[in-house]
Design a binder for this molecule. Structure first.
Ligand SMILES: NC(=O)c1ccc[n+]([C@@H]2O[C@H](COP(=O)([O-])OP(=O)(O)OC[C@H]3O[C@@H](n4cnc5c(N)ncnc54)[C@H](OP(=O)(O)O)[C@@H]3O)[C@@H](O)[C@H]2O)c1
Length: 218
């Protein structure tokens, strides 16, 4: 399987690139900074340089041609302000979905976040509100498309080692945290289960092995 990952130098993306490579899939990591190419290659993936706040859908569609799946794992990240929540967390996902449609790539896994899907709580920090608004809009955009999408909303991310034990279910589930390594494993499993299309799933650490959790939602 050839999988193109937006946000290819992100923490989840690098873990996912390693997992996909180890199991014999072909990962392609999109980065905006050429200095990150070597790290992506080190993870076993091909790298392609695209700034998703500047590229056109036609440009990205050329890269997606022949791919089997797209994973949107980009994000403006901590320290960014409200405008970049919109230009990355929303608009770059829309761009990738446009490009996927143009290239005929049906499978699309979007990394969203718990908290998306409803308006930010009154009194929320302005940047948090912009983030949740952007993620909610990116989800809505994807749901409206004729693509085999799956929306994955992890809880708070940690850099702890993988536990392999998760709680994965339709919202709402109680808030919690989850290691990025487990998120990467769940994305890899979702790519193997196209029958999870058209589902929105929340993910935190839990008791179920990934394979069992996948069975329960497939
Ligand atoms: N933090 C949390 O607790 C939490 C919880 C739930 C969900 N999430 C979501 O999970 C996803 C992945 O998380 P993560 O920790 O792996 O993220 P991360 O390490 O911050 O990676 C995000 C990647 O997106 C890239 N990016 C930003 N702007 C870009 C652009 N214009 N063009 C191309 N790439 C661009 C960044 O590249 P640069 O290095 O060039 O900036 C970075 O490599 C994000 O969507 C995040 O919102 C986070």
């Amino acid at each position: 399987m050839r999988v193109v990952i937006a946000g290819g130098h992100g923490k989840i993306a690098l873990l996912l690139e390693r997992l996909l490579t180890e199991r014999g899939d072909q990962a392609v990591g999109l980065v905006r900074n050429p200095a990150q190419v070597a790290d992506v290659q080190q993870a076993g993936a091909e790298a392609a340089v695209y700034d998703l706040e500047a590229a056109s859908a036609d440009d990205v569609a050329v890269l997606l041609s022949g791919a089997d799946a797209v994973v949107f794992a980009a994000g403006a990240g901590a320290g960014s302000g409200a405008p970049r929540k919109d230009s990355v967390d929303r608009a770059a996902s829309v761009l990738m979905a446009d490009a996927a449609e143009r290239a005929g790539v049906r499978r699309f896994v979007q990394v969203s976040a718990m908290g998306a899907g409803r308006p930010p709580r009154p009194g929320s920090d302005e940047v948090w509100a912009a983030y949740i608004t952007a993620k909610t809009a990116a989800e809505a955009d994807l749901r409206a498309r004729d693509l085999d999408w799956t929306i994955l909303r992890p809880g708070g991310l940690t850099d702890d080692p993988a536990t392999g034990k998760i709680r994965l279910a339709s919202p709402p589930i109680p808030r919690g945290t989850v290691p990025r390594a487990d998120v990467a494993a769940v994305i890899a499993a979702l790519l193997d289960h196209p029958d999870t299309r058209h589902q929105t799933l929340e993910l935190v650490s839990g008791d179920s092995p990934v394979a069992a959790a996948m069975q329960s939602i497939s």
